[in-house]
Write a protein that binds this ligand. Structure first.
Ligand SMILES: [Zn+2]
Length: 92
């Protein structure tokens, strides 16, 4: 995967997963209401958690192909769109 596609995935992935989660809550809306769980709170809090989890998953488990050696590289924490290669240790 290229860094551009990775960036797109890390941006749209959480939104997409959040939307899927919202759809899921909508499906079980009456059941949640019956369990005395406010569905709107479950939807808002849950979608934030799901979005953060997706972002974390993409960052840690979806590798970007190294432009130097073709090895797997992962995003450097706190440095947006910079990747450290696990094979040659170069960042790009
Ligand atoms: Zn490399």
């Amino acid at each position: 995967m290229t860094s551009t596609r990775h960036f797109a995935l890390s941006f749209f992935g959480p939104i997409l997963m959040g939307a899927i989660y919202c759809g899921l809550v909508y499906q079980i809306w009456d059941w949640l209401d019956h369990q005395r769980i406010p569905p709107l709170v479950a939807m808002l809090v849950g979608s934030v958690v799901v979005a953060m989890a997706t972002r974390w998953f993409v960052r840690n488990f979806i590798p970007v192909r190294c432009i130097f050696c073709g090895g797997k590289s992962y995003e450097i924490p706190d440095r947006g769109n910079r990747f450290m290669c696990r094979v040659c240790a170069k960042d790009h």
